[in-house]
Design a protein around this ligand. Structure first.
Ligand code: HEM
Length: 75
């Protein structure tokens, strides 16, 4: 899979996952404990995995001394 396409997919999933986490966190008192596991804790760990994929897909732009980019970590 090319990086651009991978990035788009991971970014959309990150956005949806974060939205689910925030909504389930804000409504946690209304959600039964056994359901909270699947609607918050699982998306929580999925977020960690997605962030790692995101960093990997963008590692080129994040590396130091990469003259072709002027991203925040390149200086
Ligand atoms: C936007 C980010 C997040 C917010 C605002 C948030 C908020 C919360 C809140 C308010 C609770 C307490 C629920 C309760 O005690 O009834 C909770 C529990 C929990 N969250 Fe998150 N969370 C976030 C991200 C994450 C992530 C990234 C993970 C995992 C890597 C995670 C894993 C958990 C776990 C394991 C619990 C405990 C569930 C239990 O009581 O058994 N959360 N979170």
């Amino acid at each position: 899979m090319d990086t651009d396409k991978g990035n788009k997919i991971v970014n959309v999933l990150l956005c949806i996952d974060l939205l689910i986490l925030v909504i389930t966190a804000l409504t946690n008192e209304m959600i039964p404990k056994e359901i909270f596991e699947s609607v918050h804790v699982i998306p929580g760990f999925l977020l960690v995995v997605l962030v790692l994929f995101h960093l990997r897909l963008n590692s080129k732009g994040l590396k130091k001394n990469n003259k072709s980019s002027d991203t925040y970590l390149s200086k």
